[in-house]
Design a protein around this ligand. Structure first.
Ligand code: SF4
Ligand code: ZN
Length: 287
């Protein structure tokens, strides 16, 4: 079997192993314009052909990062057009009243917060993706996290002193509230280098430049460490992921149930009174 068919087969097996998608699901792929999400869209649109009842939609969050996101959006649109996939776009500006560039301008001018652009971006993007998927009426939100991303996130949770998050970050996230669209990660067992190889072999266009706000963060150090280990001991990433998978039930059992309320400002699910995005937006308003 050729490399591309092998990868498609691996994704099919991952979907079936974790029961990620069913034949009656309507699916939104979160497409940023980067290699993982665009390649996943191509693979899923191929797989979807065998399931004519499934509706596939692509969704992009426009954070408002001048030049960088503009290029990514163009690439995402072009790929969707080529594949004949419906494409939905929501922007931070429309949803929250500020673009990320404006938020960064405000926090840098005030000098009052230690939070980074990525902290705001990550929290607001998660909320934007979920509401976009909900508004599109889909039953699953598919994201392009690959095996390398998943392993790095596991280490980040440990290094950040939040090991309980290991239990939550599963290939299929638990349905904990009716307003949260279930998220699945069909690339969770596919190494990054295989995603890149597939994209090159298929001639898929994706964005190659880095976000201007990308931090030289802890994730980069963890990525370098894991890459060195993988190079010396092939299969390390996969072994780490499967070890964590075995530990998850015990970690989850030690956590107890988290009861979710509705945010007093926006109504979205939250463990406290105000959801994290609303807290951030309130803080920005008084900077
Ligand atoms: Fe957002 Fe940071 Fe990613 Fe840029 S690098 S898109 S700011 S999370
Ligand atoms: Zn809220």
């Amino acid at each position: 079997m050729c490399f591309c068919k092998t990868l498609e087969d691996k994704v099919r097996k991952t979907i079936s192993k974790y029961e990620m998608l069913s034949q009656t699901d309507n699916v939104m792929v979160g497409v940023s314009g980067g290699k993982d999400s665009i390649t996943l869209l191509h693979v899923l649109s191929k797989i979807e052909k065998g399931f004519p009842g499934v509706r596939l939609v692509a969704g992009t969050v426009d954070e408002g990062i001048r030049d960088y996101r503009d290029e990514a959006l163009k690439i995402a649109k072009g790929n969707c057009k080529k594949l004949g996939v419906e494409h939905v776009v929501v922007s931070f500006k429309d949803l929250f009243g500020y673009s990320l560039d404006e938020i960064v301008g405000l926090i840098r001018k005030s000098g009052k917060t230690a939070l980074t652009p990525c902290s705001y971006c990550g929290v607001l993007r998660r909320k934007a993706l979920n509401s976009m998927a909900r508004d599109a009426g889909v039953s699953k939100l598919v994201v392009g996290h690959n095996l390398d991303d998943e392993t790095q996130t596991m280490f980040l949770n440990i290094v950040h002193g939040d090991p309980l998050r290991l239990a939550r970050a599963k290939p299929v996230l638990d349905v904990v509230h009716p307003l949260l669209v279930p998220r699945v990660k069909p690339f969770c067992l596919v190494p990054e280098k295989e995603v890149i190889m597939y994209a090159y072999l298929k001639g898929i266009e994706f964005q190659c430049i880095d976000c201007p706000y990308a931090e030289a963060a802890l994730r980069n150090d963890i990525r370098s460490m894991l890459n060195r280990m993988e190079l010396k001991h092939a299969g390390t990433l996969y072994t780490i992921c499967s070890s964590i998978e075995k530990l998850r039930p015990a970690i989850a059992a030690s956590m107890g149930d988290v009861k979710l309320n509705n945010c007093k400002l926006c109504g979205e699910p939250t463990a406290g009174d105000l959801c994290r995005p609303c807290q951030m937006l309130e803080e920005i308003r008084v900077l």
